[in-house]
Design a protein around this ligand. Structure first.
Ligand code: PEP
Length: 256
């Protein structure tokens, strides 16, 4: 059974006081909602403060990035043990903004994914094609390459914990959500890739989130699709009312 899952990616937004205020409001708003897993992913510097607000609630904490070593001479990086130390359960890996601005390669993403799993963090691995790639008919090829790149050296028992986020780059922060049909086609394709690489059980159990301009106005139609298990949400996760609404509208979808 796949339980729906709504994760908020706050990106480079919110100082401590704002993050505390928003997480308090979200906590209040989702207090009685148990039909979806919920996670918020703030910036590193506010993780601890947010954790203090949500630690006894139904909201989990996630980070937006990780380094693949736990300690050592890696200036500016944060490893799994530091993230676990401040209460993180999840970590976003391979977001397209990091692939674009920081040149993150599939190789790096594979290291980060394996390292987070070995340390007990659940990776939310992002894959998605650009507009140019879609328009030239390469969307599935790109997704296949990114998926197999991220899963390189990942045995089945480790993969069983992974959450995948399909995030078409052309839909992120643009207001151009993929239609439910396009999103479903890609989610179904990703599930088939999991089945081919691992097995049917892992494919059936893996949660695949859609990301790209998700709002309270479009979540219901996306969630109607059989292979869409939730959303990774950027902009709309920064506003408590929107995020709460997204969680409400994703309740109790039990797939499979
Ligand atoms: C994201 O940051 O992963 C994202 C999907 O952003 P937005 O919802 O703003 O498009």
């Amino acid at each position: 059974m796949r339980k729906s899952f709504i994760a908020g990616n706050w990106k480079l937004n919110k100082k401590v006081s704002e993050a505390v205020e928003v997480s308090k409001a979200i906590k209040e708003g989702v207090i009685n909602l148990s039909g979806a897993d919920i996670c918020i992913c703030p910036t590193f510097t506010v993780l601890k403060s947010v954790y203090e607000i949500i630690k006894d609630s139904n909201i989990a904490l996630g980070a937006q990035n990780i380094w693949y070593e736990n300690q050592g001479a890696y200036t500016g990086e944060i490893g799994a043990s530091s993230l676990l130390d401040v209460g993180c359960k999840y970590v976003i890996i391979g977001h397209s903004e990091r692939r674009k601005y920081l040149n993150e390669s599939d190789e790096t993403i594979a290291h980060k994914t394996l390292s987070s799993l070995e340390s007990g963090l659940i990776p939310i691995v992002c894959i998605g094609e650009t507009l140019e790639e879609r328009e030239s008919g390469k969307a599935q090829k790109i997704i296949e390459t990114q998926f197999s790149g991220a899963c390189k050296n990942l045995p089945a028992d480790k993969f069983s914990k992974v959450v995948i986020a399909y995030e078409p780059v052309w839909a992120i922060g643009t207001g151009k959500t993929a239609t439910p049909e396009i999103a479903e086609e890609m989610h179904k394709f990703i599930r088939q890739l999991i089945k081919n690489r691992y097995n049917k059980e892992l494919a059936d159990n893996c949660r695949i989130l859609y990301g790209g301009s998700v709002t309270p106005a479009n979540i219901e139609n996306l969630m109607k699709e059989p292979d869409i298990d939730g959303a990774l949400v950027g902009g709309a996760s920064l506003v408590p009312e929107s995020f709460i609404e997204l969680v409400k509208k994703s309740q109790n979808k039990q797939t499979q």
